[in-house]
Design a protein around this ligand. Structure first.
Ligand code: C2E
Ligand code: CA
Ligand code: CA
Length: 511
């Protein structure tokens, strides 16, 4: 059906809308998945940081206990207490060494015994913790030193960085995890760095220990959210693409459906797809061509040539029939007027009009323009109004028909015999022709009753002095019968089918 096959929207717009409706679920779904992935990564970073913080605190508890146990020994002779220092190293799993301080001077060490080294409290973050990149014994191994002091005495206990980086590596398997003490920080590779922490653009979490002077940072590198989505949500993505295809198809279908017939016809009108076909009308006696009826065809780009009964009702309903008829008249004038000088007698041009044309006086102007295109007096314009759709005699309609007649335009009642126009009606509108419906012509020689009606119509038109046209003449017998009964004009396949302008103009010269 041509009225649903194409949209009035531009092709590019339709494609765009289809693509958009296809993308909508994919984009929306991806956005939801993105937020979900962000939430999961955030939770994972927070959890990892929490676990690492807990482990570090347990280790520091170990070193703190050793320091607490040794602090009372500070100031005592190293030879007397060095075994106590070594005992703590042996008993506490995370303690690597223990040292005693007096007056900011490390004087006794579990490793070397008697010793001399200045201690600067400023090295220790909050005076408590120092994360350093090794010492002379193990230059490249990170070391965390816990400092406890009381008056002139103090205890330093150290924690091997190997344990710390192990935690960073094992707990933060998927996460970037760092331990920060003051300006220094330790990464999972066991290296101590100085300065600000590297940026963690995704799900950055920073947790401060409530008990010791350190913090833990966790997070992910740039692009981790998408990496996580592709790794974890692959089946959901397939589902989204499926929904996208379904939604795109629905979008496409709805657009096709939502295209109203009148929109489609307006598009066709603008594209000049409504073209005239011409069917010859001949004289009843001589069978010479006396004129033609203009019949509209829709030259549809996809459906081919469309019959008028499939689209004229829609055109009437939407009011588009008026501009469509105007376009048809303009095309007819352009096609036939170059030949009008060769018309011997006034050439009858029949045009179908509807009740919509009779609501205002626009038709008068259209007819004037039409007639002006021809050599004056070379054509006789006949407006055909079907009997099934008779118009009310209002001020406007009466004025319209008066002005048309004044211009020399004739009126024919089409499909006569199928409606119920009265004699009064025919007089009110000053009808000039009756076109006998083809159903009566078809019954010639077949149905006696129909033939009776036919005879009375012919008789009536003679009495009223109306011209008479018989439609749908297909056989020689029908033509002979009508000629015998003095029907003025004949129209039907016997004399010619409706044909395109080029064929009609070609044949015109022979007749
Ligand atoms: P209509 O005005 O009664 O036109 C005559 C119809 O009968 C035409 O059909 C024509 O092709 C067909 N016909 C002619 N001779 C024969 C024949 O010997 N045998 C048979 N079986 N049919 C024959 P078409 O062209 O399909 O038009 C159908 C109807 O559409 C027209 O009936 C008319 O009511 C309407 N129409 C066509 N063009 C226009 C137009 O421009 N404006 C309006 N408002 N209606 C139009
Ligand atoms: Ca007609
Ligand atoms: Ca008819």
């Amino acid at each position: 059906m041509p009225l649903t096959a194409r949209s009035r929207r531009k092709r590019s717009t339709r494609i765009l809308l289809t693509v958009l409706s296809g993308l909508l679920p994919v984009v929306l779904g991806s956005a939801i998945l993105y937020l979900q992935a962000q939430r999961i990564l955030q939770q994972s970073a927070a959890q990892t940081a929490q676990q690492a913080l807990h482990q570090f605190e347990l280790m520091l508890d170990n070193t703190a206990e050793a320091a607490i146990a040794l602090l009372p020994l500070a100031g005592k002779n190293c030879e007397e207490v060095k075994l106590a220092l070594r005992e703590q190293v042996t008993r506490r799993p995370f303690v690597r060494s223990t040292n005693l301080v007096w007056d900011n001077n490390l004087y006794c060490s579990s490793l070397f015994g008697q010793f001399e080294e200045a201690v600067d409290a400023g090295d220790y973050h909050q005076g408590k913790l120092w994360l350093m990149n090794g010492n002379p014994v193990t230059p490249d191994t990170a070391l965390l030193i816990y400092r406890l002091s009381d008056g002139r005495g103090g205890a330093l206990t150290t924690l091997d960085g190997y344990h710390l980086s192990n935690i960073l590596r094992l707990i933060g398997r998927q996460t970037l995890l760092m331990l920060q003490v003051g300006d220094n920080w330790l990464s999972a590779d066991g290296k101590v760095h100085q300065g600000p922490l590297p940026a963690l653009p995704v799900a950055h979490t920073l947790l401060d220990s409530g008990r010791y002077a350190f913090s833990v940072s966790a997070g992910f590198p740039q692009g981790e959210t998408w990496r996580y989505m592709t790794a974890e949500f692959a089946p959901l993505f397939s589902l989204l693409i499926f929904f996208g295809v379904v939604s795109g198809a629905i979008g496409h279908f709805v657009q096709k459906r939502s295209t109203s017939p009148s929109h489609e016809m307006l598009r066709a009108l603008e594209a000049g797809e409504f073209i005239p076909y011409f069917q010859p009308i001949v004289h009843g006696d001589s069978k010479q061509w006396s004129g033609a009826e203009v019949l509209m065809r829709w030259n549809h780009p996809k459906e081919g040539l469309v019959r008028p009964d499939l689209f004229i009702p829609f055109a009437e309903h939407s009011g588009l029939i008026v501009p469509m008829t105007r376009a048809l008249m303009q095309q007819t004038a352009i096609l036939l007027s170059p030949h009008s000088a060769t018309f011997a007698a006034p050439f009858h041009i029949g045009l179908n009009i509807t009740a919509s044309h009779c609501r205002d006086l626009e038709l008068v102007e259209d007819c004037r323009e039409f007639l002006e295109a021809f050599v004056p007096g070379s054509v006789q314009l006949v407006l055909e109004l079907t009997e099934r759709e008779l118009i009310e005699p209002t001020d406007i309609t009466l004025q319209l028909f008066e002005q048309l007649q004044a211009m020399g335009v004739k009126i024919a009642i089409d499909d006569f015999g199928t409606g119920h126009s009265s004699l009064g009606y025919l007089r009110t509108f000053n009808v000039d022709f009756l076109k006998i419906d083809q159903s009566f012509v078809a019954m010639i020689g077949i149905d006696a009753l129909s033939r009776h009606i036919l005879d009375s119509i012919i008789e009536l038109s003679a009495k009223l002095d109306l011209g008479i046209v018989a439609e749908g003449v297909e056989t020689q017998a029908q033509a002979e019968y009508l000629t015998e009964h003095h029907v003025n004009f004949l129209q039907g396949y016997l004399f010619g089918k409706p044909m395109p302008a080029a064929d009609f103009i070609g044949a015109l010269t022979h007749h």
